[in-house]
Design a protein around this ligand. Structure first.
Ligand code: SF4
Length: 385
């Protein structure tokens, strides 16, 4: 087992969510106010308390004014409210510090992103009306942070050289064995409370092998990573979209300009970076809005030399299950989920999802490939889906 390294020093992040409470925090970033989530309550299980990370989270969250509840059993108790909406609100304002179950530590491939997925947390405090997790994670959407980080990281070692996704790709072999940390969460959303991501970046930096940590985010509090010894073994992708989509559908996340600015900050610090443009939607005037997005990235990265910039392109899709959950969470959403306007696609696991029609997909794809080549000639498109 790894020993728990020294806790990451707390940073100061003045922000709308914590305005009025910043005197309780110590640190940096005076000129910029990154987006931070402020839980109302933190639940800590007895098993989690055995790991130093639980104390770190309790200390930081208490300094921000959260209620800290030390539970008597490893069950979280019910977070269900009187309505779907109550349950949602209660869950999204709660952080549970738990231990990841052994089943989560047996890694699975995650095509087309990475050889393996692993989990630092489960669920996310943001409010995206198309959330990818809707329908795939059972129960109320409470964010669970895993306290047994050393155990999780130590478990990755046995997977080196065994990749079946990027390692077998002619174009992506150079990335080494890839490990994706954002399948079930946005890990940066809770980093100011845990420091777990900084520790994971440092772990990969010191892991002298052909490996790559990958994670994607809609947040922007990246200042603590600038000085880390990452050795270019972490690729951070910023999930971005046409501005009307980020403004209408991505509640609780960092503003688009701030995400792109954070990408520039990390690229200047030598990190491989990326754009996850998702979920792509052919909204009104989509060509203009998506070209504006690419222009913004062009402007922010133009002077960065060298830059290792990747692009992942993911179109919007939904399943019958995810639509049901999303309509429970966001009953007034204007998100288009019209089965009649879509094509039904069967996955190899027998489930179904609704994707855009072939002609729409072709038009979108052609546009993105052309405009990315024109605006970001140094970028590498990893996949389209
Ligand atoms: S940031 Fe990602 S995981 Fe979090 S609510 Fe939005 S889509 Fe869901």
């Amino acid at each position: 087992m790894l020993s728990q390294s020294a806790p990451v020093a707390p940073h100061r992040y003045p922000d709308a969510d914590v305005r009025g409470r910043t005197a309780a925090l110590e640190g940096i970033v005076p000129e910029h106010a990154p987006k931070l989530w402020m839980p109302r309550r933190v639940l800590i299980t007895p098993s989690a308390r055995a790991w130093p990370l639980a104390a770190t989270v309790a200390e930081r969250a208490a300094a921000l004014g959260a209620e800290i509840h030390e539970l008597r059993s490893d069950r979280l108790g019910t977070l269900r409210g009187e309505s779907e909406r109550d349950t949602y609100v209660r869950s999204k304002t709660t952080l549970a510090v738990v231990v990841s179950p052994p089943s989560q530590r047996t890694l699975q491939p995650i095509p087309p992103s990475a050889d393996w997925q692993f989990h630092l947390a489960r669920a996310c405090p943001a409010h995206c009306q198309y959330c990818y997790l809707a329908g795939s994670l059972p129960g109320p959407p409470v964010t669970r942070l895993y306290a047994n980080l050393p155990e999780i990281l130590d478990g990755l070692r046995g997977y080196v050289g065994r990749g079946t996704v990027t390692s077998l790709s002619v174009d992506r072999k150079d990335e080494g064995t890839t490990f994706e940390a954002s399948c079930y969460t946005d890990p940066l959303a809770i980093e100011h409370l845990s420091g777990a991501l900084a520790e994971t970046i440092a772990f990969f930096g010191h892991w002298d092998d052909a490996v790559q940590l990958r994670w994607t985010t809609k947040f922007d509090a990246v200042a603590p990573f600038v000085e880390l010894d990452h050795r270019r073994r972490t690729r951070v992708r910023f999930s971005v979209n046409a501005r009307p989509i980020t403004q209408r559908f991505e509640g609780g996340t960092a503003a688009l300009n701030d995400r792109v600015s954070a990408l520039g900050t990390l690229a200047r610090a030598g990190y491989p970076v990326g754009l996850t443009i998702a979920p792509i939607m052919p909204l009104a005037d989509w060509r203009t809005h998506y070209d504006d997005l690419l222009a913004l990235v062009e402007e922010q990265t133009r002077d960065i030399e060298p830059i290792d910039l990747s692009v992942e392109l993911i179109t919007h899709r939904f399943t019958p299950g995810s639509k049901d959950v999303l309509l429970g969470w966001y009953p007034a959403t204007k998100l288009e989920m019209d089965e009649a306007a879509r094509t039904l696609k069967r996955t190899k696991f027998g489930s179904t999802k609704y994707v855009y029609r072939k002609d729409v997909m072709r038009e979108l794809r052609t546009f993105f490939e052309e405009r990315i080549t024109a605006r970001l000639p140094r970028a590498r498109i990893l996949y389209w889906t």
